[in-house]
Design a protein around this ligand. Structure first.
Ligand code: ZN
Length: 117
């Protein structure tokens, strides 16, 4: 099923403390490619920044290797979501502009990720 209409319920505010996802993957807006993400698919798992923060809050002494081991399963979850979204024409990450335009139906997403008027 290809997704063609978008509502506010499709997305939630993006919150990635210390921009961990940006640093690890260079995530960008799925529509226009800028690196100022404001919203994310509401089906998305917790961001890596949120998870890292929770782990560090619990155990501030944890070393990087352990932290990475705990974060890694979540990376797969994000990859799966992004692959799935690509197959249905659903953006995973949105900047403020693209969010507003999508919700207002001013732009739509084609299957190869290009913007279609
Ligand atoms: Zn954008």
């Amino acid at each position: 099923m290809i997704k063609t209409t978008f509502t506010e319920e499709d997305f939630v505010k993006y919150n990635d403390p210390k921009s961990v996802m940006m640093q690890l993957f260079g995530v960008t807006c799925s529509v226009c490619g800028i690196d100022e993400i404001d919203y994310v698919d509401e089906k998305a798992p917790k961001t890596l920044g949120q998870i890292a923060k929770e782990i560090l809050d619990e155990d501030p002494e944890i070393d990087d290797d352990e932290l990475n081991d705990m974060i890694e399963p979540q990376i797969d979850a994000w990859q799966e979501l992004d692959d799935y979204n690509a197959s249905i024409g659903m953006p995973t990450f949105l900047c403020h502009n693209c969010y507003t335009q999508l919700i207002n139906g001013e732009i739509s997403i084609s299957m190869n990720g290009d913007i279609v008027d």
